[in-house]
Structures are given as structure tokens and as C-alpha cells.
Design a protein around this ligand. Structure first.
Ligand code: ARG
Length: 435
């Protein structure tokens, strides 16, 4: 085991199983960037408060900057024998600057370090995920722009409902993702990035020395205790994952032979080892499947936190894997889905065939009668009977004569009715949408 942050009061060697069981370096090395950023601020505060000479501070800072550089250029190698990333960076700093490193931990605890670096990680990742959402949104807009006038059957209960514009369908998902982005932005804004909590009770350094560089803690017990910000992000990402999963499901259905609305680019599909004809939507299926993982990650941290007495407890170390997992899943999903959307092709002929289904215009026929003074409920019943009649007799409304139509309502005029079976007229007749 690498050098620990503690050990003075122990005479026995730690059981190796305990060391393995308690370590978090395997995953929390992902906090290296943020831990170092926090340490650099801490050095400034220690210097200002008189705990470090200018020379000591400069040495520590340079050492930290050198390690930071390694993190940024990908040459940082966490020592898997370290207990966690905070310990590992302290040890690496000691190797670089010698005894000066012993003072870095003055008035500081890992309890605060871990909360601070996790918060910084979250703020950074929220920015990155919001950027990916923007890319995705741009791909929706591009696809909508390419198919500006295209109409598709709209569905409720996965049954033909009414025709809609494809661009509206796409922008529905765009709006969901827009709210996801707003939700994440609000979370980032509400994260209390503070220092001065120490292990739980604050530090001997006056808050004015913190104020110069960072917000001093308003309540040190709260600062080291809560992971509500992690839960909020996991919640926001679970919602984003749910939106992406629904989009994936729509695309899976639309790409079936039965629907045949779309063609997913080959670069985003996979094949079968046995059936040579297959072009499978495995990426979309995984996006749908990962929603389960995202929900699980949220549940995991909610459950870890529910019974913890204030303040820090080691249980809280277990928030990292679910957090990293959800951030990584959603980031990858957004990238892939943006690629799929950008390269999606619509099968216009097939969609037009679907749009010929008279059922899609039944509601327009109701409005037609309503416009002629028939009460809505009555008009609804008339069209219901008319639809039933056409199904029972395997005929189309369009093919019925004026006299036949008048048996259902004397208001029907055949030459007026036949104009209504037009997707463009149908979608344009909906005036309520403020575009
Ligand atoms: N790796 C630990 C975590 O992520 C650091 C905090 C350990 N603190 C302690 N008092 N044992 O939570």
C-alpha cells in the first residue's frame, strides 16, 4: 500500500482485505483534475493566512501544476496501491517537492476535498453534456430543414391518429432535450462550491482568507455531508436517458420492415453472426437498455444516502461509480444519437402510402360536421358509425356516393369531403400551435 493520509494512532498493519475493500482509486482517479484545482486554491489560501511562506507556496503550486499537466495530457498514472485519488496526488506531490508537501493538508480534510472535487467534476461535466445536447439539437434542426414539408402519420397508442409535420415530431424531441439542458444548467448554478469545512467543524483560518479565492462554507457540517447535487444530476440524466430511450424506440419501430419509414445509416447498425441478411439497431437497443442503468444509478445513491447520520460517512464514497457511469453513458448516447439523426433517411414513398389511410382523417371529418353546426358529440358518433361501416364493408369513405354519405348525415357533401383526405390540409387546419 502506498503512503496513507493517516496511521499515526495505529500500531498494527492494516489487513490487506481492508485495504482492498476501502480503496476508491480504481474509479476516483477521474477526479484528479478537480482535486488538483482545489489544492491550488487551497495553497493560495494557506499562503494568505500565513501558513505557507511565499517560497513554500510557489513550490507546492508548481508541483501541483506539473501533476495537473500530466492529467491534462493523459500521462498521469494513478498508483493503484493508493487509497484514493486525494492520497495519490499528495504522494505524487511529496515525490516532486519533498517536505513542502507535508504542509498542504493544513486545515483540510479529504471529507471536504472529495465533496469539492466531485462538485467541480459535476459542473465541468454538466457543461460538456450541455454542449453535446446542443450538437444533438443542431442535428434535429438539420434533418427537419432537409424534410421541411414532409408529413408523417402521428400516433397515439402506437396507432394511426392524425397526420403531423415531421419537423414538429423532431422538434418535440428537441424541446425535451432543451428542458434537459435547462435542468442541468440550474443544477450547476445551485452547486455550492465552498471551502473551509475541514473534516466537519470548520478550520482555524478566518473566512476572509477563503473569500479572496472561493466562497467560504456557510455550514461546514452541510458541506461535507450532502450529496444532493449528485442525486440531482443523476435524476436529470435519468430523465435525459428516458427521452433518448423513447427516441430510440421510435426509430427502432420506424426502421422495421413493417413500418419502413426510415433507413438508419449502416455505420450505426450491426449484423448477425448467423443470419446474413440482418441489419440490426443494436445501438438504439442499448440506448433503450441503458435507461435502466441510469435509473438504477439514481436509486443507488438515493438509497446510499437515506440513513446516514451527519456528517461524513464512508458510504458516501460509493456515489462515484453511479455518478461517473451516468455521466459517461449519457455523453456517449448523445454523441451516437446525434450521428444517427444526422444520417437518417426517410422513405417518402412508404410514408405517403401510410398517409393514405383514411382513419388518419376521421377527426377532420368530425370538425367538418362541427363547422356545419353539428354538436361535437353527435359529429363524433356519426363519424364513428361511418368508419365502422367502411370497415365492415371493406370500402373507403372516398368511394361512397353522396346519397350513401347522406344516410349518415345530411350535411355531408361528397365533393367537399374528398378534399379532406389530404395530409397537408389536415396539418394546416390546426391553428393552435404557436410556431
Ligand atoms: N475516498 C474517500 C471518499 O471518496 C475520501 C474520504 C475519506 N475520509 C475519511 N474520513 N475516511 O469519500
Amino acid at each position: 500500500m502506498a503512503k496513507k493520509f493517516w496511521g499515526g494512532r495505529f500500531t498494527k498493519k492494516t489487513n490487506p482485505l481492508v485495504e482492498e475493500f476501502t480503496k476508491s482509486i480504481r474509479y476516483d482517479y477521474k477526479l484528479a483534475d478537480y482535486d488538483i484545482s482545489g489544492s491550488i486554491i487551497h495553497v493560495e489560501i494557506l499562503k494568505k493566512a500565513g501558513y505557507l511562506t511565499t517560497l513554500e507556496a510557489a513550490r507546492l503550486k508548481n508541483g501541483l501544476i506539473a501533476i495537473h499537466k500530466n492529467v491534462k495530457d493523459g500521462t498521469f498514472r494513478p498508483d493503484k496501491n493508493s487509497e484514493d485519488i486525494h492520497t495519490d496526488i499528495q504522494n505524487k506531490l511529496a515525490d516532486k517537492v519533498g517536505d513542502a508537501a507535508l504542509k498542504l493538508h493544513t486545515a483540510r480534510s479529504r471529507n471536504e476535498q472529495v465533496a469539492f472535487s466531485t462538485k467541480l467534476y459535476c459542473i465541468d461535466m454538466i457543461g460538456k453534456i450541455r454542449d453535446e445536447i446542443e450538437v444533438m439539437d443542431a442535428s434535429f434542426e438539420k434533418l427537419a430543414g432537409k424534410n421541411k414539408t414532409m408529413m408523417i402519420p402521428g400516433f397515439t397508442h402506437l396507432r394511426h391518429a392524425q397526420p403531423v409535420y415531421l419537423k414538429d415530431y423532431l422538434s418535440a424531441y428537441g424541446r425535451m432535450l432543451g428542458r434537459d439542458s435547462g435542468r442541468l444548467e440550474n443544477i450547476a448554478k445551485s452547486i455550492e462550491l465552498t471551502m473551509g469545512a475541514g473534516a466537519l467543524a470548520g478550520t482555524p483560518i478566518a473566512s476572509k482568507f477563503y473569500s479572496k479565492y472561493i466562497r467560504p462554507t456557510a455550514n461546514s457540517l452541510d458541506s461535507v455531508s450532502d450529496r444532493d447535487f449528485v442525486i440531482e444530476i443523476l435524476n436529470a440524466l435519468a430523465i435525459t436517458g428516458m427521452h433518448l430511450s423513447r427516441l430510440a424506440e421510435d426509430l427502432i419501430i420506424w426502421s422495421t420492415k413493417e413500418f419502413d419509414f426510415i433507413e438508419i445509416d449502416e455505420a450505426f447498425c450491426t449484423g448477425s453472426s448467423l443470419m446474413p441478411q440482418k441489419k440490426n439497431p443494436d445501438v438504439l437497443e442499448l440506448v433503450r437498455g441503458y435507461a435502466g442503468r441510469l435509473y438504477g444509478n439514481l436509486m443507488s445513491v438515493l438509497t446510499i444516502m437515506k440513513g446516514l447520520p451527519l456528517t461524513y460517512n464512508r458510504d458516501m464514497q460509493l456515489d462515484k461509480e453511479p455518478l461517473f457511469s451516468s455521466v459517461e453513458i449519457v455523453t456517449e448516447e448523445l454523441k451516437l444519437m446525434a450521428g444517427i439523426i444526422k444520417t437518417l433517411r426517410f422513405n417518402k414513398a412508404k410514408i405517403e402510402e401510410h398517409l393514405e389511410d383514411e382513419a388518419l382523417y376521421a377527426t377532420d371529418l368530425v370538425y367538418y360536421l362541427v363547422d356545419k353546426g353539428v354538436p361535437f358529440k353527435e359529429a363524433h358518433a356519426v363519424i364513428g358509425r361511418l368508419v365502422k361501416h367502411t370497415i365492415d364493408n371493406s370500402i373507403e369513405i372516398k368511394s361512397m356516393s353522396d346519397a350513401e354519405l347522406k344516410k349518415f348525415s345530411e350535411k355531408f357533401v361528397h365533393k367537399e369531403i374528398i378534399k379532406l383526405f389530404d395530409p397537408k390540409i389536415s396539418v394546416e387546419s390546426k391553428k393552435s400551435i404557436k410556431r
